[in-house]
Design a binder for this molecule. Structure first.
Ligand code: BGC
Length: 272
């Protein structure tokens, strides 16, 4: 953590990280808190995971609260935003991070699997972004705290551009997030609300544990990553801090890929 409070890039800001109780979300929550933000760590199924992240943040001298909501349910999202307003008065940063995979070969994919993933990954981001934007507009600018009136960061994936057989529900949700993010960025820029995405590649979290189970699987995964290492949640936390801070004040409507080069078509590195 920086020495003096004044050097913290997110001092006096309130942040919500959906799905903050594990994986990339917990890395992002810890990184925002280390820069001085008060962080609401959202969870859907794991109060224990959220409590653990809050504990870690507090042990490092930061401030955090656990907050429950299944982001695919409108009434739960509304209740979560009400709770945040009651506790802290407003919100400055939303990290729309909750996401699931529910994989299946296309021919066997049930409507339930399709809808589960679209509901959490895409509709959940819409509902949370709409409530955050409404709060930013209600509160109005606070230039002493941040140049932008509000910041929304959508957790996308390399699969917003890389097709993914066996995961069409997931890849479709991420392609949808790209247009959701860009259209919101276009519509909300006049209100000085910045909207961007992070496109992580393979980050070591529970969501892709099955692709890293054995040394052979890990080796095969590494062939897709020119930079030669699997990412860590902290790699994404650093990107989120930058996108939430005034350092990126002129950046809106962009996906920042943090993927060790996975989107560089590594299969073409050797003469195609
Ligand atoms: C998925 C991971 C996968 C990575 C790269 C992510 O969006 O959730 O399971 O390892 O993309 O393919």
């Amino acid at each position: 953590m920086p020495d003096s409070a004044s050097s913290r890039r997110l001092q006096h800001q309130i942040a919500l990280v959906t799905g903050g109780s594990s994986g990339i979300g917990s890395g992002v929550a810890e990184a925002l808190a280390a820069e001085g933000a008060t962080v609401f760590v959202n969870y859907s199924h794991s109060p224990e995971g959220a409590a653990e992240v809050v504990k870690k943040i507090e042990a490092a001298g930061g401030k955090a609260y656990a907050v429950h909501a299944d982001v695919s349910k409108e009434e739960e999202v509304l209740a979560m935003f009400k709770e945040i307003r009651e506790k802290c008065g407003t919100l400055h940063i939303l990290v729309n991070n909750s996401g699931i995979q529910d994989d299946s070969p296309f021919l066997d994919m049930s409507l339930e699997k399709w809808q589960n993933v679209i509901n959490v990954n895409l509709t959940g981001q819409f509902l949370c972004a709409r409530e955050a934007a409404r709060e930013f507009v209600r509160r109005g600018p606070q230039p002493e705290i941040s140049k932008a009136t509000g910041k929304i960061i959508c957790m996308s994936s390399v699969h917003e551009v890389i097709p993914w057989a066996g995961h069409v529900n997931y890849a479709t949700s991420k392609g949808g997030i790209m247009q959701l993010m860009k259209s919101m960025a276009q519509e909300l820029a006049p209100q000085r609300i910045r909207v961007n995405s992070i496109g992580p590649g393979a980050i070591a979290t529970p969501i892709n544990a099955s692709a890293r189970d054995t040394p052979e699987e890990e080796k095969s995964l590494l062939t897709l990553i020119p930079y030669g290492r699997i990412g860590e949640p902290a790699d994404i936390g650093k990107v989120a801090v930058w996108l939430a801070s005034d350092e990126s004040d002129y950046v809106t409507g962009t996906t920042l890929f943090a993927d060790g080069g996975m989107t560089l078509y590594p299969g073409f590195a050797d003469n195609g």
